[in-house]
Design a protein around this ligand. Structure first.
Ligand code: PMT
Length: 403
């Protein structure tokens, strides 16, 4: 069990929006205050229709912030200061409207401006009816917010679930507080550690308009970067070409964008010597065209032969560079003979463990929001069920921390 001392002295911004579940915010405040946390409420205009600022300020012993300026004397409420002050921001309940505004940066109230200025981790507890929750817009917005490193807290799982049944109802106050406690308990576990993470595909140029690439979206790698950063590690994040919607916002993450395997190799070779660990999640092209045409290639004959040359095997080269005290984790994406292929990559590339995912498993691998993995060492194999990539990242980083 995690003791309440984890929240002693923590500064929490509690965002409250216009949902019937707003009354439960009082219970969240009570539990936070009981555990020694300092709570500053920021409420939307709709939120005030459901619960009065007087109740909230009585519970927090602080004036409630709702407007950009105090009605009484015109004092400016600084969302920037709140963003610097907080150790965490919790938005509970979070309506579909607020979730949509957060995902799209629509800064039309104090709560959203505070969110956009927030330097601390953000926890979001959605509250709405199932139809609104299940709507693709809401689901997309939640995925967007999660890909930015926010924590989505839902009933049952504690975090964003892959199934919709029974969803939309706000998680119970005690479980929201438990998520915060768990977070702060883990937060420091990788403090002082430096981790290199690769993500996404590589593109190998054929000519100015074409390339050889693959289907990697970067989602698994982004989840790993956020997980390590949330545990206090400094993350060097080397990322292949992914959608511009894929962004990191955690201050512990330093991102280097690359395009080809050769560029990824150069970045990793420079960074790895000063790292404690590396997790190589990128789907790196093993071959690249021998020559890159200067101009767009024209259709001339009935066939076209492109000669390929081998790319550096980044993992194998880092495996050779690995020093005592450094760790190296790789992935294996397989379509057949999964375990034996993973075992031979584990050995050949000198990984401490390898994360196997197979395209034969539904919901696993490229582009999905979920993954199904096995963690394999030379003499052990742990199989995990299908989970969100955020949860899979936790399992992988838990294993890394045990090395
Ligand atoms: O990005 P997503 O859409 O979320 O999908 C996630 C993923 C499927 C890409 C990810 O889970 C995954 O499996 N990544 C590794 C994919 C891969 O290229 O596997 P591999 O079996 O070909 O490579 C084995 C290991 O060697 C990997 O750690 C890879 O990063 C590394 N490698 C491979 C080739 C190469 N030239 N250099 C390398 O470092």
């Amino acid at each position: 069990m995690i003791g309440g001392y984890m929240l002693q002295g923590k500064k929490i911004v509690l965002g409250i929006t216009g949902s019937i579940a707003a009354y439960k915010s009082c219970l969240i405040i009570r539990q936070l205050v009981k555990r020694g946390a300092e709570v500053q409420v920021v409420i939307t205009p709709a939120g005030k229709e459901f619960i009065t600022p007087i109740t909230l300020s009585a519970l927090t012993s602080k004036p409630v912030v709702s407007d950009f300026f105090a009605q009484r004397d015109g004092t400016w409420h600084s969302h920037v200061d709140l963003g610097l002050w907080a150790d965490a921001m919790v938005i509970a309940p979070a309506t579909a409207s607020t979730i949509g505004k957060m995902a799209n940066g629509v800064a039309d109230n104090m709560l959203i401006t505070t969110y956009l200025s927030m330097k601390a981790p953000v926890f979001i507890a959605p509250a709405m009816d199932l139809d609104m929750y299940a709507h693709p817009s809401t689901q997309q917005n939640l995925k967007t917010l999660q890909s930015y490193g926010n924590h989505i807290i839902e009933p049952g799982t504690g975090f964003l679930a892959s199934k919709l049944e029974g969803k939309g109802r706000m998680e119970e106050p005690e479980n929201i507080v438990a998520c915060l406690e768990k977070f702060f308990a883990q937060k420091e576990s990788m403090k002082g550690k430096k981790v290199l993470i690769t993500a996404g595909p590589t593109y190998e140029k054929i000519d100015p308009v074409r390339f050889i690439g693959n289907y990697s979206s970067g989602k698994m790698g982004f989840a790993l970067a956020n997980e390590c950063a949330n545990r206090g590690a400094q993350v060097e994040f080397v990322c292949g070409p992914v959608s511009s919607a894929m962004q990191v916002s955690h201050p512990n993450i330093h991102r280097t964008d690359v395009e080809s395997a050769q560029e990824m190799f150069e970045a990793c070779k420079t960074l790895y010597p000063s790292m404690d660990s590396a997790i190589l999640c990128a789907a790196v092209a093993d071959f690249a065209p021998e020559t890159v045409a200067v101009q767009k290639m024209k259709r001339t004959g009935d066939d076209l032969v492109i000669r390929l040359k081998p790319n550096p095997d980044i993992a194998a080269l880092l495996g050779q560079m690995k020093k005592n005290g450094q760790t190296l984790v790789g992935f294996a994406l397989e379509t057949n003979d999964e375990e034996s292929n993973a075992q031979s990559k584990l050995k050949k590339k000198n990984f401490d463990f390898i994360v196997l995912n197979s395209l034969r498993d539904e919901g696993a691998g490229f582009r999905t929001d979920t993954n199904k993995i096995s963690i394999i060492t030379s003499n052990t194999k742990k199989d995990y069920p299908l989970k969100t990539k955020g949860e899979v990242a936790k399992d992988i980083v838990d294993e890394l921390e045990c090395l």
